[in-house]
Write a protein that binds this ligand. Sequence first.
Ligand SMILES: [Cu+2]
Length: 381
Amino acid sequence: MPLRSNPAPSDAVSLGRPVLVSRRTLLRRSGLIAGGVGATAFLAACTQAGAPTWGYPPAGASSGGSPEKSASPATSTEPAASPTPSAMPTMTASAAPIAGARDPSPADFAVPPAYQPAHSTPIPFALTSNDGPDETILIAANPATAYTSMNFGRQVPAPTLRITEGDSVHFTLTNQGQMPHSIDFHAAQTAWSTNYQEVPPGGSFSFDWTASYPGVFMYHCGAAPVLMHMADGMYGAVIVDPKGGRPVAREYLLVQSEFYGSGGEYAKMLTNPPDFVVFNGQANRYKTTPLTASVGELVRIFIVNAGPNSSSAFHVIGALFSHVEADGHPANRQGMRQTIDVPPGDGALVELTFAEPGTYPFVTHRFCDASKGALGLFKVS
Ligand SMILES: [Cu+2]
């Protein structure tokens, strides 16, 4: 293969351009044209979940009926998304207001906290849970697309917890939202019926847990309906290092997830497909601002797939993984892999080195999802 004839990354249209959806299609998908199904389902779901006093956009829809009954497969009959730039959605295509929408995650989210040796006392980890009109985030920058999120710590993905095998965590959830929320640490072994129960608005709940296994784990809200709380943004990563740590490497964290409509659209979440699939909270984030590495340098990527519905087929174009650990657990070590499957709710660790300078896209090789924003770049010098 010629080494210098590759298209410039910015020309990688087939890889990186998000699906372009007409305003009418977006409106139809969001239920605004087809009878407000999504909003109805959402309100019904919220009634089950604890009756918040406000509603997500689109406003004015009435409640009633179960979410399952309200879920409509009608979206499967939609025409294919237009590939023409003229069909790009405008700022008004989303029911969530762009004004005031914020980038959902800190600029340095992809760089996880540093390894620390195991602690002798419990590590405090406190999260707030948040929802409502003040939690509108930008899930795509171009074109700007807003989403009314639920979240932990007012960011999506939520703050990363990095600890070491054997550490104990003193966790506190303070619910600043207007509906019940809860926590589910995949890294913990504790009774759901005791510690993963819903915390009411204004409430606070604490418990301690111990990280018995090293790994790369998801955590999320488990309040009903859990599908909606996850799809709306309530997830994050826990990295548990093995005792003694790992070899020095340039480390990155990528959390893959899906967004449906403009937030709170339960019927869409039930039926799939998502409108955006992203790494670290925003479509094509690292296509715009690539991650960096040096030739020959060991690069370690912690991957969490928050889903909630689709597997990730994580792959770096132009590179091979020299070392892979399913769940990020050392005993699951594998040698060379080209693409790894990370199911929803799971994590993984990959290591690689780049052979020569250049640009290397990373994607989910489920390309319908890569085309919806699950694409980034490594710029290797
Ligand atoms: Cu929640």
